[in-house]
Design a protein around this ligand. Sequence first.
Ligand code: PXG
Length: 460
Amino acid sequence: MTKFNRDTAQWQELDREHHIHPFTDPAALGKKGTRVITRGEGSYIWDSEGNKILDGMAGLWCVNVGYGRKELIDAAHEQMKELPYYNSFFQTSHQPQIELSRLLAEVTPEGFNHFFFAGSGSEANDTNVRLVRHYWDVKGQTDKMTFISRKNAYHGSTLAATSLGGMGYMHNMGGKNASLLPGFEHIGQPFWYLEGDDMTPEEFGLERARELEEKILELGADTVAAFIAEPIQGAGGVIVPPDTYWPEIQRICKKYDVLLIADEVICGFGRTGNWFGSETMGIKPDLMTMAKGMSSGYLPIAAVGMTDEVFEVLNGGGDINHGYTYSGHPVASAVAIANIHYIKGHNLVEKVREETGPYLHAGLQDLADNHPLVGETRGRGLMAGIQLVKDKATRTTFSGDEDAGTICRNYCFQNNLIMRAVDQSMIISPPLTISKSEIDELLEKGKLCLDATARDLGLM
Ligand code: PXG
């Protein structure tokens, strides 16, 4: 970006003056200044000071094929020249979104053959709310309006997506529950390590799943439209439910005629070692939300996928009064197609499942076994969480000023490793193209930062 001919301090000043950052306290950030990222290649990014940084988060869980892939760049360039924009309203369509729909039908689980496009995961989840309510209305079950999700779930940041999500601090933005719409209910999350007390993980998984049944009975099954959940919670801290959880959820949804929506925005497109997290966790959803890895973040695009059964109902229900200017944007669709071909052509899903995923988790297990600060490590494929604890035996975390997550995150920042903190967990979600030697580097740098954090907190 030398063409702009500004130095880092000038960029930081302009950023402070004119740019409002998402999920950030502007005043606090203004004091610290931002790190300006200028370039990416493979698993690495560079900042305006020339630092080479290992991106253990693949951007925001999305750059699945890594940075700088010519195939995706060329696809965008070619499509821009051919047809930079057209829509699919008013009896028109275009080739990239038709081809992308076909490809998605190929890579999604059996029965998923119909896709509605959006520009982001949040928009796609709004689409879920709109389409699912329409579905029940068409079926004549007009009271089935309420969505149930989980505390500490993340489903996006529009009003409907915020309401679907279970982040209290988001609901409370603008005043008490000002950002929580009516018709959205939340049950407990299946986070055994911190919330399971003296239950076994299996007992706890069943208990948390049965909260869904209790909630449905409390609200009345004839008022509940759908349950939405991530197969493995991402932004909540990479929380893998106990084995008993998903089968019980599936049983309950079926019993009470409640649609099951899998939010695959993070888990999709190879992240967990299968094309979709639903396959990894053995779930058969009715609808799926997809975004992020769908285009590896090169351009914004998202989708709601649905089974033939769900589509059959919509297909007989008249107008779908919903859509975005950029639904199925041709350039974003072309990039998503190139991205899926890249994932297939480089066998990334198999590589994550059989090679790099197990390799990463073996390294992490070593930390869980031997590091005083690490209570457990968890995850699937190339999606992992490291739980930081004060006391391993009692599963007690740090609190107050002893904010192990922030301390560790700051060490990562200083050591040119992107590893994000979610409360007292460190999160890893690198590009699916990461090599074993880059995983070694990630683990070595990660351990260095954990050691420094443990020393600061008096554990080493
Ligand atoms: N569902 C899930 C499961 C997500 O993780 C969204 C929906 C919303 O997608 P969009 O494209 O509207 O952002 C997400 C997004 C974090 C972080 O800090 C995670 C997300 C977004 C921003 C930050 O972990 N996930």
